[in-house]
Write a protein that binds this ligand. Structure first.
Ligand SMILES: Nc1ncnc2c1ncn2[C@@H]1O[C@H](COP(=O)(O)OP(=O)(O)OP(=O)(O)O)[C@@H](O)[C@H]1O
Ligand SMILES: [Mg+2]
Length: 433
């Protein structure tokens, strides 16, 4: 055909008996002639094959990493986009490779300046970034930028690790350690205060009994010394002494209540536990909250929208009904208070329960003011409160903390962003079958 048409022809072929690759060119040197030039390209072919293999191998390595790996060149065009990057961004590789990072809908584009800086200064950069896009709480990422500079390649490789779980565990561990020491201290103090306090309360009660003009013994002794007990009582009343005694009694009882709460910290696990149904306890707590007189005075629960998303047929957990109700109530009360005092428009509390392996996960979310970092780190501390003196003791959440962790073997934690609300999470193990 080449001899006839004069059109040169080129092809490559593999010759099995020799296990060699050949490149063959056919030309027409003269009328009715053809010539072939055959070159052994086996070496070249093998090298090419090896290159392809090693490229595929590197891609496999990058894809099997648990991290998100993104490569960019000097102009921020994406050169590398591994499987995890696809998974987290939802953007497939064809769309990503070659695209400008600015145009890609992925949180990394908010860090372009940092990537630039790392590339320009040839320095490794690292940041931890929180993203609150999932409805089940914040995701935390650790982002490291490695500037590239090899064989004339410049740009950067960015490694992103999802450290949500670690950072949650870390705060839980820190919280546990802190609570052990602070809780122990508070419980010790409560114990010490308990005795003198009982002395005060008992003495007041005795005093009331011994000035009571109706009591026979009081009448008898007043007659013995020749005074009119009714007059004595009238004097005590006129001089407000009865009122003062009542003051001592009320304050003493209030202190005793606080002390009783503090003693919760140390009583670890002595309460009787029984199988409880989490959903119905939450229902009950909502009911209690909506009827609570103290709550109603300042912020009526009626104005708060309660949205429930309960998982049906949850297994039961071991728990103490009253205590568990108290925990949910404390959280609801805090939300109601926070939303009322910040004048939240369309206040909404969302309560969700769902199975999470061997645990039930309870999420209580409000769209209130949220908390700043300082508050977030201290909410579970005994006596930490941002409320006015006399309005809150700061014991609500610390008691709840001990009830959940110490007595129910569960976990409690929170996520909160200033301006966009707060979510409390409680995880409680199901009873093992
Ligand atoms: N849902 C929430 N939104 C905003 N801040 C909250 C929320 N829940 C708790 N807080 C903050 O945490 C602090 C501690 O709460 P905690 O329930 O332990 O104590 P308290 O409510 O101040 O007092 P007490 O519960 O003893 O009456 C509160 O003062 C408030 O600043
Ligand atoms: Mg409270």
């Amino acid at each position: 055909e080449v001899a006839l048409t004069g059109k040169a022809y080129h092809y490559e072929t593999y010759f099995a008996p020799m296990d060699k690759y050949f490149s063959i060119s056919v030309v027409k040197p003269g009328e009715n002639q053809f010539a072939t030039v055959t070159a052994d390209i086996t070496e070249h072919k093998k090298a090419e094959e090896n290159l392809k293999k090693s490229q595929a191998y590197i891609k496999d390595i990058i894809d099997s990493m648990p991290s998100i790996i993104v490569g960019v060149d000097d102009d921020m065009n994406i050169t590398q986009w591994n499987k995890k990057a696809i998974e987290y961004s939802g953007i497939d590789i064809e769309k990503a490779i070659g695209a400008d990072l600015h145009d890609i809908d992925f949180f990394l584009k908010e860090n372009i300046e940092l990537i630039r800086e790392g590339m320009d200064k040839k320095k490794i950069k690292n940041i931890v970034k929180k993203i609150s896009e999932k409805k089940e709480g914040n995701l935390v990422f650790d982002i490291t930028i490695y500037p590239l500079e090899s064989n004339g390649n410049s740009g950067a490789v960015i490694r992103i690790d999802d450290i949500t779980e670690q950072s949650r565990m870390q705060t839980i561990i820190m919280q546990t350690e802190k609570m052990m020491s602070v809780g122990g201290l508070a419980a010790g103090m409560a114990h010490e205060i308990n005795n003198p306090l009982s002395g005060i309360i008992q003495s007041v009660q005795n005093s009331f009994r011994r000035i009571d003009p109706q009591k026979e013994k009081n009448i008898k002794i007043s007659e013995e010394i020749g005074v009119d007990i009714e007059k004595v009582y009238e004097f005590l009343q006129k001089r407000n002494i009865i009122e003062f005694l009542n003051g001592i009694k009320d304050s003493g009882e209030r202190a005793a209540e606080i002390v009783a709460n503090m003693l919760e910290f140390s009583r670890g696990g002595s309460e009787r536990l029984e199988p409880i149904d989490v959903n119905s306890i939450i229902e009950k707590s909502i009911d209690i909250a909506s009827k609570d007189y103290d709550l109603k005075k300042k912020y009526d629960f009626k104005y708060i929208d309660i949205e429930k998303q309960f998982e049906d047929d949850l297994q039961k957990c071991m728990g103490n009904k009253q205590q568990f109700e108290q925990v949910i109530f404390n959280i609801l009360k805090n939300s109601a208070h926070a939303m009322a005092s910040s004048n939240t428009k369309e206040p909404l509390i969302k309560i969700t329960t769902r199975k999470d392996d061997d645990n039930v996960l309870i999420m209580i979310n409000d769209n209130g003011p949220g908390m700043d970092e300082e508050t977030k780190n201290r909410v579970f501390d005994p006596f930490f409160t941002t409320k006015e003196v006399g309005e809150g003791t700061g014991l609500g959440l610390s008691v709840s903390y001990f009830i959940i962790t110490d007595k129910h073997n569960g976990k409690i934690w929170l996520e909160s962003n200033l301006g966009s609300g707060t979510t409390f999470f409680i995880s409680l193990p199901f009873i093992k079958e």
